[in-house]
Ligand binder design. Structure first.
Ligand code: THU
Length: 146
């Protein structure tokens, strides 16, 4: 999913943040850590880790945690996201997270990277073609992302 077959090197600040979040992951069930770091257009960085639960379905992915932190701080857009895992190939956002990322920033760049430096990257809209938007409705009741 990279452009020109040349995947971008992850932004160093976001990689550092994603690795820090990775260390905080709460994963007693899967033992699969994921860390995420995103940057808003004004330069703020928000982190997220996956946080699991004994009621398995209530677990939260790292990407969703980062978006929650961003939105809670009042930000509504991000330009770059780094997802760090120690998996091969690097963990790529799940389907639900793709929709959550798409809600705020379909044009943002996503760089998934692992401990070997392997990268899978693309724009959010590349990861989720034809993502759902309520604005698509034709009855005049579309809602925005304010
Ligand atoms: N997970 C993430 O946090 N992000 C991903 O991109 C893929 C999966 C989490 C969910 C769960 O805690 C664990 O990884 C195993 O599925």
């Amino acid at each position: 999913m990279s452009e020109n077959g040349n995947p971008p090197v992850p932004d160093p600040q976001l990689l550092e943040g994603a690795k820090a979040a990775f260390k905080q992951a709460y994963v007693p069930y899967s033992r699969f850590r994921v860390g995420a770091a995103l940057r808003t257009p004004d330069g703020r960085v928000f982190l997220g880790a996956n946080v699991e639960n004994a009621s398995y379905g209530l677990g939260r992915c790292a990407e969703q945690s980062a978006v929650q932190a961003m939105a809670t701080a009042g930000a509504r857009k991000f330009t770059d996201l780094v997802v760090y895992s120690e998996a091969t190939p690097p963990a790529s956002p799940c389907g639900g997270c793709r929709q959550i990322l798409f809600e705020f920033s379909p044009e943002a760049r996503v760089v998934c990277v692992n401990h070997h430096g392997e990268v899978v990257s693309g724009l959010v809209r590349d990861f989720l073609p034809h993502g759902f938007r309520l604005e698509q409705r034709d009855d005049g009741h579309g809602v925005g992302t304010k």
